[in-house]
Design a protein around this ligand. Structure first.
Ligand SMILES: O=C[C@H](O)[C@H](O)COP(=O)(O)O
Ligand SMILES: C=C(OP(=O)(O)O)C(=O)O
Length: 365
């Protein structure tokens, strides 16, 4: 993609930045427009998810995929396999692929494909945004609903029309600008509990994002604007652990009670990774099966789970020589491999399927 190299040195204003031109959302969408297939796939993804959150659809959602996408080819390879699996389990589970292009870091590190698409610190964000949108279009073309983290306050203006579900991460759930942005997003948004395990901040975020807000943002032409949102009624809580895991029945009950007290819908997604697995990917299946057992025992607040999974198990460091890197292996948090993922999802499907009939009756009552 052609880069506009107009650079403005703002040192005279006393700011420690150099500005580089970036296409507007309208310009990028003009270069990479959605087609009928992607538009339909995104809309259907959002519809299924909102119906699950409203309890009009008795299925469960499984948000599954790499911790981050660093190689779109491998991500699409993964997506092809996931699409087949999604079809096989669709009577009980709605599979949504994690397509995370932005990574929040505890301190520093690679911040994702949008920020640094060449993985070498060159940080060509215009190219990164182009690549992210292009990848989302291809994923949409497969008919797979896609999930992403809305980390940068402006990225969703470029990509949001191709996304069916968004997360606000543990490091930003308490941030007012992220809550304001979420209040204007057109898809369901999951708020993670804080990195220290604080669940109340995410529940406050749900309450805040459900309301309308007026805030500074960017319009479709890339100009600063005063934005007025209508409020997002499809916020929900993601329990990701922190300090200690929080997927056990006592923690879930506590989260439910806190949500009821704060008058937000008791909808919970359990993240099997991060603090709930102590970042040990081999623990993710144990967490997921525990959650399935809780559902079998009658839990009604858990609407789904999240899994960090890629083609290969584990993680790897970014190497200057890309040929030395393992194909389909995470460059951020360690993941479970495809084989384990498939077994896990099929096992959950086998166990949850018999409960659907029961749920149908409950939904109808
Ligand atoms: O999901 C990914 C990571 O947990 C998150 O980006 C933080 O990673 P870090 O602690 O390695 O920076
Ligand atoms: C960064 C992530 O999670 P968290 O915000 O829970 O650390 C993630 O899901 O990629």
């Amino acid at each position: 993609m052609k880069r506009d190299l107009t650079e403005t040195h703002t040192g005279a204003l006393g700011r420690r930045v150099v500005a580089e031109a970036m296409p507007s959302p309208v310009e990028l969408r003009g270069q990479l427009p959605g087609n009928a297939c992607t538009v339909a796939s995104v809309a259907e993804g959002r519809r299924m998810l909102t119906e699950i959150l409203d309890r009009n659809d008795p299925r469960w959602v499984v948000i599954v995929g790499p911790c981050s996408i660093h190689d779109p080819v491998a991500a699409l390879d993964y997506a092809q396999r996931l699409r087949q699996l999604a079809e096989d389990v669709s009577d009980t589970l709605v599979l949504v692929m994690r397509a995370y292009f932005e990574k929040p870091r505890t301190t520093i590190g690679w911040k994702g494909l949008i920020n640094d698409p060449h993985l070498d610190g060159s940080c060509r964000m215009g190219e990164g945004m182009y690549l992210a949108r292009d990848t989302l279009l291809q994923l949409g073309g497969l008919g797979l609903p896609v999930a992403t983290e809305a980390l940068d306050l402006f990225s969703m203006a470029y990509l949001g029309d191709l996304v069916s579900w968004a997360a606000i991460g543990a490091r930003t759930t308490e941030s007012q600008p992220h809550r304001e942005m979420s209040s204007g997003l057109p898809m369901p948004v999951g708020f993670k509990n804080g990195t220290d395990g604080n669940v109340e901040v995410a529940i406050h975020a749900m309450g805040a994002a459900a309301r309308s807000h007026t805030y500074l943002g960017m319009d479709e032409d890339g100009r600063m604007a005063i934005l007025r949102s209508s409020g997002n009624p499809f916020g929900h809580l993601i329990l990701r652990g922190g300090g200690r895991p929080n997927y056990d029945a006592v923690s879930i009950r506590h989260a439910e009670q806190t949500m009821i007290r704060h008058q937000v819908p008791a909808n919970i997604v359990v993240d099997c990774a991060h603090g709930n697995s102590n970042k040990q990917p081999q623990r993710q299946p144990l967490v997921m099966m525990d959650v399935v057992s809780q559902i079998e025992q009658g839990n009604r607040s858990i609407v789904g789970v999240m899994i960090e999974s890629f083609l290969e198990a584990g993680s790897q460091a970014i190497q200057p020589d890309r040929d030395r890197m393992k194909y389909g292996c995470s460059v951020t948090d360690a993941c479970i491999d495809w084989h384990t993922t498939e077994q896990l999802v099929r096992q959950a499907h086998r166990r949850l399927r018999p409960l659907l009939a029961q749920r149908f009756l409950h939904t109808a009552a």
